[in-house]
Design a protein around this ligand. Structure first.
Ligand code: TMO
Length: 309
């Protein structure tokens, strides 16, 4: 069924889609934009770090975020939900994890891994010239207070941060080619697990109490003495007015649903095969019709749409 009557909602006000600094989020945003444009809505991308996006989306300066990860963003998400500043568009059917990670060969030099306590004695293999004997943990621009976790768990580490996700993989590749010990932030689903074998560090099991109750956990005087969730959710959020302004975009955004496998594959197209974000989005639309067809309800289809061709 297709329809030629005018599309419901605003076709002149742009839907501002936030893009962050890791691949899957950017490609997914490009995919959503193609759907919205095909239906007749205008879109633009607003490139932001995750830490500044919360205020922007609650004020309606941006309108859609397709990847909110539990491991690094649960607290800000929950605050805006509790204050009715955003709406939740439903989880992806994916299980996520975000935490410290190392390539498999590191275990030879640090027996006891993946248990975090192994890092108490073998921090030295992760040191760099400028770290004065301390281990270096390479973090991304997201995460929770890692310096605090290091302190409360009594680890002899410092945090070094890259400013864009892509830099993590450059450093990982260099270390990997020289079998140099490295421990860095990683997550799943991602493409890294296809290219490199490795493991997450097993910190004390996550519990919400760990972040609020100092007496909980291995350090009785401090919060954050635990890892990130191992079976985390991945959800989507929108500005509270989104459904009224762009009803069909809302219907589609609610239905957008990526599994672990779908995410890993489309990230690989960019980070492994070097397609641009835009090319990956177009290829995805072209080859995954069986996946996205049901995301577009009949009343939101238009005669003019070309993605069905
Ligand atoms: C939010 N991230 C997937 C980079 O951890």
């Amino acid at each position: 069924m297709s329809i030629s009557e005018p599309l419901a909602g605003s076709t002149h006000e742009r839907i501002k889609i936030v893009t962050n600094d890791w691949t899957s989020q950017i490609v997914m945003s490009n995919i959503a934009a193609i759907f919205f444009n095909e239906m007749g809505y205008k879109t633009s991308f607003v490139q932001l770090k995750t830490d500044v996006q919360w205020n922007m989306i609650s004020r309606g300066h941006i309108h859609l975020q397709l990847e909110v990860w539990e491991g690094t963003m649960a607290a800000q998400y929950q605050k805006l939900m509790d204050n009715n500043r955003i709406i939740d568009l439903g989880n992806h059917n994916a299980i996520t994890r975000e935490d410290w990670w190392y390539p498999a060969y590191v275990e030879e030099k640090c027996p006891g891994l993946p248990n975090w306590q192994a890092l108490q004695s073998c921090y030295g293999i992760f040191s760099k010239q400028e770290s004065k004997g301390k281990g270096v943990y390479l973090g991304g621009p997201w995460e929770k207070p890692d310096a605090r976790r290091i302190r409360v768990l009594g680890l002899n580490f410092i945090v070094e941060r890259v400013s864009h996700g892509d830099q993590l993989w450059i450093e990982l590749e260099q270390a990997y080619n020289n079998r140099k010990p490295i421990v860095l932030f990683n997550w799943t689903p991602n493409w890294v697990e296809y290219k490199y074998s490795g493991k997450f560090v097993e910190f004390p099991e996550y519990s919400a109490q760990c972040e609020t109750d100092p007496s909980w956990g291995v350090n009785p005087n401090a919060t954050y003495d635990c890892g990130n969730p191992k079976n985390g959710w991945l959800t989507k959020i929108a500005w509270i007015e989104f459904p009224n302004k762009w009803p069909c975009a809302y219907q589609v955004a609610k239905r957008i649903n990526f599994t672990n496998e779908l995410i890993a594959e489309l990230v690989y197209w960019v980070d492994g095969l070097y397609l641009t974000h835009q090319q990956a989005a177009q290829q995805w639309i072209k080859t995954k019709k069986h996946v996205w067809q049901q995301w577009i309800p009949p009343e939101c289809r238009r005669d003019s749409m070309t993605i069905y061709d």
